[in-house]
Design a protein around this ligand. Structure first.
Ligand code: TYD
Length: 140
């Protein structure tokens, strides 16, 4: 069931640092709670643009601003939340059936996304009303 507590949460990744700089490792079953099947990154998005505006039937994702910053608004059918991503050691975990919108991208933002499944257009819900119905059905 899609419940509030686990649908969306911020993860903090350990930083391995020394005098040479910093390194963060993202690894399935260590600090990533799903098997990573796809990685993509979003960059060159101007601050006025809003991306996303969809939910997924079956997809887990982790979003990391590896450079710059952006804001993610999520709605899990009950809770609307705003999250700021501005540090490469913070990742926003988003489970399935969560509406997301990404906005306020800084010019230097590179938003890395780890996903649990391959790209599949049929997994997308682009209609907000349909999403609300699906989320309601899931929670019943
Ligand atoms: P889109 O879903 O519009 O991005 P966002 O969620 O940030 O609004 O994707 C932009 C384009 O990239 C669109 O033509 C689909 C394509 N795309 C892929 O080919 N593979 C992928 O894994 C993703 C996420 C998108």
């Amino acid at each position: 069931m899609n419940n509030n507590k686990s649908c969306v949460r911020m993860l903090e990744f350990p930083v391995h640092g020394d005098e040479r700089g910093s390194l963060i490792s993202l690894q399935t079953n260590e600090n990533i709670p799903f098997e990573v099947r796809r990685v993509y990154y979003i960059f060159g998005t101007s601050p006025a643009v809003i991306r996303g505006k969809h939910a997924h039937y079956k997809l887990e994702q982790i979003l990391v601003a590896v450079s710059g910053s952006c804001e993610i608004t999520t709605h899990d059918g009950i809770c609307l939340k705003k999250h700021s991503l501005s540090s490469p050691n913070m990742g926003l975990y988003i489970k399935d059936l969560v509406w997301r919108e990404m906005s306020n991208f800084s010019e230097d933002c590179v938003l890395l996304v780890l996903a649990s499944h391959e790209y599949n257009q049929r997994d997308y819900i682009h209609d907000y009303q349909l999403f609300l119905e699906e989320a309601k059905n899931e929670s019943e």
